[in-house]
Design a protein around this ligand. Structure first.
Ligand code: TPP
Length: 380
């Protein structure tokens, strides 16, 4: 365990408090049993990041399988975009697979996540059905969300996937609210919010960090720092440091090598376990690299912000290869074949599924069966 990490808080009484999370009056900090703020904000903290093969540690093959699936899913989706079978393009997460796979390996099925415009990896790693995910991107009625959410809005609430989100930073308050709801329900679920480095200066993310820390909510904020917000470098976008933002709110924070799935999984596991035990939120910055364009129609923009040499250098540390090298070759080949077969099935399933009926376009826009709160008018 990193010596930066706070000990689990002894004050877990809030979890049983049916009236909901209690604001902490003494302010966050060690004196109240809260996490020790980490103000270092320096390079990757690789402490405790070696392969964790201990009893409850991540399964090396399972991590590889998740990453290989995400990688090949994205590559197949890019082909489908080029063929016009996925309309509107996608934001591939190739290069960032270790973050999705590593963090989700630390979660229980009842834990919840929120995701981003670059969310295929998170959604698949949390267990979304591959056939329905593929159908969703291809706009079919059998899709996770009847084909109406598409690439950027895939959700499966039953699996704790509260939604990818095209609005940068918008998942953070949703995850914070979900953590608050879990506490109110007396459940020990944890919420994870994935977001990019471009989101860390959004007001709503900072507000979420504040409330999560103040109310010591079980949230893990996962920043995928791929160095770019669209075409702008993190150095040109972010004042201070990413972990420094967490420190400002008295929250534990750690930077980890986001190309190493086992390092990510081990770090996520420490923070998730602590949050579940009542130790409060944390921020995990995963240093990673986006191998491909910001989105599949970037080439139309004529914007040049990375040289081919830089991309080649960035691709050198391929997280899927790194994890693949940790398992026996035969095992790797078996997983690769399984993934390919599953993808073939998924694409066939989507192609064979019905297209939506334009006459239904206005269906499912509003939730039904909800009662308005007392005092809230249902009339405009
Ligand atoms: C609130 C908001 N502002 C701007 C945009 C336009 N936009 C879409 S993706 C993106 C870059 C986000 O960068 P980052 O959060 O680092 O994620 P990455 O694309 O690197 O995964 C921007 C600015 C948006 N979707 N939402």
């Amino acid at each position: 365990m990193s010596d930066r990490m706070a000990k689990p808080s002894a004050d877990t009484a809030w979890r049983a408090d049916p009236s909901g999370p209690r604001p902490r009056t003494g302010g966050p900090g060690p004196e109240a049993g809260g996490p020790d703020p980490d103000t270092s904000g320096s390079g990757p903290d690789t402490s405790g990041s070696g392969p964790d093969t201990g009893g409850s540690g991540p399964d090396a093959v399972a991590l590889y399988r998740a990453m290989r699936l995400i990688r090949r899913f994205e590559e197949r989706c890019v082909e489908l975009v080029k063929a016009g079978e996925i309309v509107g393009g996608i934001h591939p997460c190739t290069g960032q697979e270790a973050v999705a796979a590593g963090v989700c390996a630390a979660l229980r099925p009842d834990d919840v996540i929120t995701s981003t415009h670059r969310g295929h990896g998170h959604v698949l790693a949390k267990g979304a059905d591959l056939n329905r995910m593929t159908a969703e991107l291809m706009g079919r009625t059998t899709g996770l969300n009847k084909g109406r959410g598409g690439s950027m809005h895939a959700a499966d609430v039953g699996l704790g996937i509260l939604g990818a989100n095209g609005i940068v930073g918008a998942g953070a308050p949703i995850a914070t609210g979900a953590a608050w709801a879990a506490v109110r329900a007396g459940a020990d679920r944890v919420a994870v919010s994935f977001f990019g480095d471009g989101a860390v200066s959004q007001g709503v993310v900072l507000e979420s960090l504040n409330l999560a820390s103040l109310w010591r909510l079980p949230v893990l904020f996962v920043c995928e720092n791929n160095g770019y917000s669209s075409t702008v470098t993190v150095e040109d976008m972010v004042a201070g440091t990413i972990v420094g933002r967490a420190a400002a709110f008295g929250m534990s924070a750690e930077t980890v090598d986001g190309m190493d799935a086992e390092a990510v999984a081990a770090a996520a596991r420490r923070h998730v376990d602590r949050a579940r035990a009542g130790g409060g939120p944390a921020l995990l910055e995963c240093r990673t690299y986006r191998f491909d364009a910001h989105h599949t129609w970037e080439h139309r923009s004529f914007v040049r912000y990375r040289t081919p040499e830089q991309v080649k250098e960035g691709r050198r540390r391929d997280p899927v290869r790194i994890q693949g090298d940790r398992i026996p070759e035969g095992e790797r080949a078996r997983v690769d074949d399984e993934v390919e077969a599953a993808l073939d099935t998924a694409v066939r399933f989507a192609r064979d599924s019905p297209e939506p009926d334009p006459a239904d376009a206005l269906d499912h826009l509003y939730a039904t069966g909800l009662r308005p709160r007392a005092g809230v008018s249902t009339h405009a």
